[in-house]
Design a protein around this ligand. Structure first.
Ligand code: AOF
Ligand code: ZN
Length: 339
């Protein structure tokens, strides 16, 4: 099973789908290996079967798979049927699939077809957001910011100040790559003029750039976010007759942290990274819509400037013991909200 988990981590573009790995064993020998590589493509079990020298080798073999095999007709046919058809006689699973379209049905199908099933019920961080989404019925929300030793995220509200170092930048790029949505407010958009893209590795499913804007008329079309194809979703209060490129979606409503998260959950999005600014961060914290905080603490002092979180009184949020990592001159601090 350890090998199956290693195999699972090779998946690069599974997006809304989980990372899954599979190993086929016969006569105490590994005869097949596979993982889920790309959203919409073959599941891990099928790739493991494809790796066999001959499909007839599957007869009487044991399949180790990190997640319960699927029983639904989705973008691909059900894996359980294939497992039965090729003559696998035992399936060892890492954990039950939390997705309600499968959740236990895969196991039931296998057992009903006289295939022995063993569930190891392993806790892993392989699919944290996927598991969170099906447990809590909403995406996992991470708030991330870089701040000075005196808790400032900018010197003033006119231009962007440099805070964290290059190592933190590289780390935060990974964070972006691991989230399905990056959310910011209009002040951050105008002040920082960010691209909000993932630069360090090519992404088949780039994070959706969700931006809260009161009035789209105030948005300059020369901003860097418009210079690439990754999706942009504007959450705005006012209808507009402006024409935007095809990758831009305009969502009009009386948006609150709750209604934004509900909307994103309806779109089946499992992970959201909030990257500023201080008012948005405060609004989401006040609504208790934060699960994880990541802070890059830089060794500078501003004295004046914008606080990391401001504009609301925040009560009743408790966090876990911090996980601290040195990133050269910066410290990366991670805390989880206690529930
Ligand atoms: C995967 N890869 O290796 C396994 C999955 O959208 P579909 O049709 O590809 O189905 C996705 C669901 O299939 C997923 O949420 C999970 O419940 C189940 N198992 N999915 O993408 C895999 N074994
Ligand atoms: Zn499947």
């Amino acid at each position: 099973m350890e090998l199956a988990f290693q195999e699972a981590r090779k998946g690069k573009s599974t997006w809304l789908n989980p990372l899954v790995g599979a190993v086929i064993v016969k006569n105490q020998k590994v005869i097949g290996l596979g993982h889920h590589e790309t959203f919409g493509h073959e599941h891990a079990e099928i790739n493991a079967l494809k790796s066999l020298t001959s499909i007839s080798d599957a007869k009487g073999a044991t399949l180790f798979v990190t997640l319960e095999p699927c029983s639904h007709v989705g973008k691909t046919p059900p894996c359980v049927q294939k497992i039965f058809d090729v003559g696998i006689t035992k399936v060892v699973i890492g954990q039950v699939d939390p997705n309600p379209i499968v959740s236990g049905r895969g196991i039931k199908y296998l057992e009903n077809h006289n295939i022995q099933v063993e569930n190891l019920n392993i806790k892993t961080d392989l699919n944290t957001a996927y598991e969170f989404f099906y447990r809590e019925q909403r995406p996992l929300i991470t708030i991330k910011y870089a701040m000075t030793l005196d808790g400032k995220i900018n010197r003033d509200s006119v231009k962007r100040s440099l805070i964290s170092n290059h190592e933190s930048y590289l780390d935060s790029q990974k964070l972006r790559a691991n989230n399905q949505v990056i959310l910011i407010g209009e002040n951050t958009l105008k002040l920082d003029n960010p691209r909000l893209t993932v630069r360090e590795e090519a992404k088949l499913f780039p994070p959706i750039r969700a931006i809260l804007v009161r009035d789209l008329k105030t948005i300059n079309k020369d901003l860097k976010i418009f210079q690439n194809e990754a999706p942009i979703w504007f959450f705005t209060e006012k209808q507009t007759d402006q024409i935007f490129p095809n990758n831009v979606k305009v969502l009009v409503g009386n948006w609150t942290p709750e209604s934004i998260i509900t909307y994103l959950a309806e779109q089946k999005l499992q992970s959201i990274l909030i990257e500023g600014g201080s008012h948005i961060q405060a609004d989401f914290m006040q609504a208790k819509l934060v699960d994880k905080l990541i802070i890059y603490l830089a060794n500078r002092v501003f004295g004046t400037g914008l606080s990391a979180v401001s504009g609301q009184t925040i009560k009743g949020l408790e966090f876990s013991k911090p996980i601290v990592k040195s990133l050269d001159s910066d410290l990366k601090i991670t805390v989880w909200r206690k529930r």
